[in-house]
Design a protein around this ligand. Structure first.
Ligand code: ADP
Length: 191
């Protein structure tokens, strides 16, 4: 099984790129953000607790997202692997992911990092706020908090994966198709 992580700051285009890649390579796309938004929409206990954190631009607890990931790994058997979008987002999540995979005799295949200037991120999120209506996209201070959280908690994972020789960067600039093509080239090269 392949285990790709699509990595990058909020608004980098992780979900946009992960969906067609999953189809192309017969992978299951797991977006923790999407899973959390489904819980909120369904009005579950988990969703109720997550909503306040997400709307303020904070992370939900590690064990909550890890539970969702473990469940998804168990559920999808007819795929050639997974593409993780929005996970791991903290050091603990990265280490727990390694443990989860090790217990299945598997490992992270590669981390594909979407690189994008901060000014473009803010523009894209502002545009997405109008089209998708996500509460966490609409307020400047919430977006700023998400970007700050990314720098503080998620960006340090780059070093973690670099040390393992699993970290690859792609510039997330150009059309969706152009960026997708760059990622497919990279995945085909990694083999
Ligand atoms: P984006 O990356 O565009 O900000 P996501 O849809 O990936 O949006 O995530 C939305 C929100 O869901 C995050 O701001 C965070 O509150 C929560 N979330 C998603 N994934 C995780 C995670 N791995 N750990 C903790 N919180 C998460």
């Amino acid at each position: 099984m392949k285990y790709y992580i699509i990595f990058g700051p909020p608004g980098a285009g992780k979900g946009t790129q992960a969906a067609p890649l999953a189809e192309h390579y017969n992978l299951k796309h797991i977006s923790t953000g999407e899973l959390l938004r489904s819980e909120i929409a369904a009005g579950t206990e988990l969703g109720k607790k997550a909503k306040a954190l997400i709307d303020a631009g904070n992370l939900v607890p590690d064990e909550v997202v890890e539970g969702m990931i473990a469940q998804a790994f168990g559920r999808y058997k007819d795929v050639d692997g997974f593409i993780l979008d929005g996970f791991p987002r903290t050091f603990l999540q990265a280490m727990d992911l390694d443990e989860m995979l090790e217990s299945r005799d598997e490992e992270v295949t590669a981390v594909i990092s979407l690189v994008i200037p901060e000014s473009v991120i803010k523009e894209r999120i502002a545009r997405r706020a109008l089209s998708e209506g996500r509460a966490d996209d609409a307020k400047d201070e919430v977006v700023a908090n998400r970007i700050a959280t990314y720098h503080a908690q998620t960006e340090p994972l780059i070093e973690y994966y670099k040390e393992q020789g699993k970290y690859y960067e792609v510039e997330s600039i150009g059309t969706i198709e152009e960026v997708g093509e760059k990622i497919r080239c990279l995945i085909d090269k990694i083999g």
